[in-house]
Ligand binder design. Sequence first.
Ligand SMILES: [Fe+2]
Length: 289
Amino acid sequence: MTTTSTEGAPLIYRKDLGKTLAESTWNIPNTNADGLPAIAPSEEQKYLFDNQGWIIIPGVLDADDTAEMREFCYRLKQEPNSIPAIDRSPIGGPLQKLCDHPLILGFMNEFVSHPPYASPECYGFRMESTHLDIRDKGAGGFGPHNGSGMMRLPGDTHLYNCYPGKAHSGLTCIVWELNPVEVGDGGTLFVSGSHKSTFSAPASLQQPDSPLWQTYACPAGSLLIFSEATTHSGTPWTNQSRERVPIFSRYNSICSKWHRWEPHPELLASMPPKRQTLFRPVYCEGNVI
Ligand SMILES: [Fe+2]
């Protein structure tokens, strides 16, 4: 038996006897619950995410969708009782289709899914939490956390693993930015590469203006994706004329869950069957639909 990766094919060991998991046997879903084809990350996006621990994909949503979703977010914050209880969350109403947006499916297929736990009708990953955090001037605080994702014991899902030709992000955060973010406004800060760091973070990281921190600018309707293993921090929102309107959602392996959150049961029951698999119970044995 050969155990070397050929021509860039990922080298992944199966559960039993040191046998490898050939890519040709994978049966991952290539369409989402709305029948839209998955959009796999480009070679550059894959490389950059693995290299930095985060990427920004600008301008994913069109202006009409962004406006409708932002308006729904403000209703959630300001007049929640105007929304039926089952839709009163960041996966309700027009936001539901973001759960398995084609870019989310493509990214999770690559970095989070475990292929044996997927089928064309069943996602190989879970969505485990979501929250809306609209910030006006002064809201949000600086608090560096996480890092060193390759040093985590199983059980601490803030992990990041690399194998020849394949990388795995454990707990993974996506942020839908529904308003523009300029550098200096107060978007999320990252220390690129810290998801693989061996050494303890230097004291200088405690300064928000340390050159070790990186961030992004993006138009409304953009998608930020980061491994929770990457050292990151909030920072106070500074823009007086425009609030930050981010939806933070977490995804994970089907065998691991960090957050104490569940979707509204009636909303879950009303979803298309494939989308429901995002929220299936957290275990492996026989857990493929
Ligand atoms: Fe965080």
